[in-house]
Design a protein around this ligand. Structure first.
Ligand SMILES: [Zn+2]
Length: 264
């Protein structure tokens, strides 16, 4: 078992990186035990989870004596072969679960990238920062404080985002929608049954909304600014209008038509 790749957080805590599991085991007569050499005890969520898993693996192992040997886990007989590597690669291809975001040309790149990263849970939510050992007061949602702040929570399950999606669905005169993940959210327009142009507009507005929700969340944390729902929805409409009109050069588009969605 290679601790470095299987338990990276524990590996960071090990004082002597070259040591083997056996080096931490001691036996004296009929007494035996473990003498770990941590820089500090495992305390973070990641470290504790890895520690528990590590102990489970050790307890499940049986030592038969003799020297260590390498076993290739990619084949049932434990022997490495190019054929088994190919088999694993094929399997990986089948299981590929990569989401392809429909990028929008009239929405700034920063918003597209933000939505793309949110779908992969690669934005600095309180939970993600905690996992990277950045000291946080807590990992709860910055808006509602009732759930762990993950990308999925903040954009789909949080009371704030749910109210915003309700406002957006009213604005687009479509049935209220909800999503259980950011991916679901970014697929809402696709399955909405709306006509092509409105579908496209809904998708872009969801991308802008995620951007505005995230900005409101950051404003609350870093500036102590409590934005009201009306203000967040107002910003989503204004940014959409500004970018749609100027980036697509729709100079004749008027604000009231945008607000009524009567220009589509
Ligand atoms: Zn929340």
């Amino acid at each position: 078992m290679v601790v470095r790749s299987r338990f990276p957080s524990l590996y960071k805590l090990e004082k002597y990186k070259q040591c083997k599991i056996g080096d931490r085991f001691w036996r004296q007569g009929s007494f035996f035990g473990w003498a770990w050499g941590w820089v500090k005890n495992p305390v973070s969520d990641d470290e504790r989870a890895e520690w528990e898993s590590h102990i489970r693996v050790i307890n499940a192992a049986s030592w038969k004596g003799g020297s260590d040997s390498w076993v290739w886990l990619g084949a049932s007989n434990g022997r490495f072969s190019i054929r088994s590597v190919k088999g694993l690669m094929e399997k990986e291809k089948e299981n590929a679960n990569i989401y392809a975001l429909n990028w929008c040309k009239w929405v700034p790149l920063k918003c597209n990238i933000h939505a793309w990263r949110a779908e992969m849970d690669r934005i600095p939510t309180n939970e993600a920062l905690g996992k990277r050992n950045i000291p946080m007061a807590n990992s709860m949602c910055s808006f509602c404080g009732t759930s762990v702040e993950t990308a999925n929570h903040i954009f789909t399950n949080c009371l704030v985002s749910m109210a915003i999606w309700e406002g957006i669905s009213r604005w687009f005169k479509m049935s209220p929608f909800s999503a259980s993940s950011v991916r679901d959210l970014l697929n809402i327009a696709k399955t909405s049954g709306l006509e092509a142009e409105k579908k496209d507009m809904t998708h872009k507005t969801i991308i802008i909304s995620c951007w505005s929700i995230w900005n409101a969340r950051n404003g609350k944390i870093f500036k102590g600014k409590e934005e009201k729902l009306k203000e967040i929805i107002g910003e989503i409409k204004s940014l959409g209008f500004l970018w749609y009109k100027h980036i697509l050069k729709r100079k004749t588009l008027e604000w009231f038509k945008w607000c009524n969605q009567s220009f589509i």
